[in-house]
Design a protein around this ligand. Structure first.
Ligand SMILES: Cc1cc2nc3c(=O)[nH]c(=O)nc-3n(C[C@H](O)[C@H](O)[C@H](O)COP(=O)(O)O)c2cc1C
Length: 159
């Protein structure tokens, strides 16, 4: 079976979580689609600002190639920004070809809450015709370990 894990990360916590989930998916061939903000803090903020304002020109090629036709499962992971995922989430799901009819899983990382972000993601994905079969929130104010995400990965792996 094949799975695509699409995630966005600015501070690395969602990336770490996505990798921990992936490491547990021994029954799957895993491919990543990542939007990772890099560089100095100010550079990250500038990039985030562009994305939040709908300017995805920097990753247009990657977004254009985003097609999930060959995947059995789509996993989307996002940080929680103001109780929602970043705008990159909307862009990813609107640009993802053949998402309709697929099985999907969503997760979010957060410091305080994150519940609303998950519901938002589930609703939006279902609007484009995919089925959200599982969801998880990984919340820690400071250090976010991988115990829970590895366990979640195992749960997915065993289907
Ligand atoms: C602009 C911004 C807004 C945030 N808003 C929230 C929030 O509403 N609720 C929350 O629990 N955490 C919030 N956080 C914390 C992030 O969700 C959390 O640190 C997340 O794990 C970051 O993921 P990343 O390291 O992959 O970028 C916010 C962080 C930033 C930078």
């Amino acid at each position: 079976m094949k799975t695509l894990i699409a995630y966005f990360t600015m501070g690395g916590r969602t990336k770490k979580t996505a990798k921990a989930i992936a490491n547990s998916l021994t029954n799957y061939e895993v491919t990543f689609f990542l939007i990772e903000l890099t560089g100095k803090f100010i550079e990250k903020i500038k990039m985030l600002d562009k994305y939040e304002n709908g300017d995805f020109s920097a990753i247009e090629t990657e977004l254009n190639a985003l097609d999930v036709k060959d995947y059995d499962l789509i996993i989307i992971g996002m940080p929680t920004y103001g109780s929602k995922p970043p705008n990159a989430f909307n862009e990813i799901i609107s640009r993802m070809k053949n998402l309709s009819g697929k099985r999907a899983i969503v997760f979010t990382t957060a410091r305080f809450s994150g519940g609303k972000a998950l519901e938002y993601m589930k609703t939006k994905i279902e609007e484009v015709g995919a089925q959200v079969v599982n969801k998880a929130k990984f919340r820690r104010l400071f250090y976010l370990g991988v115990k829970k995400s590895s366990k979640f990965g195992k749960e997915i792996n065993e289907g």
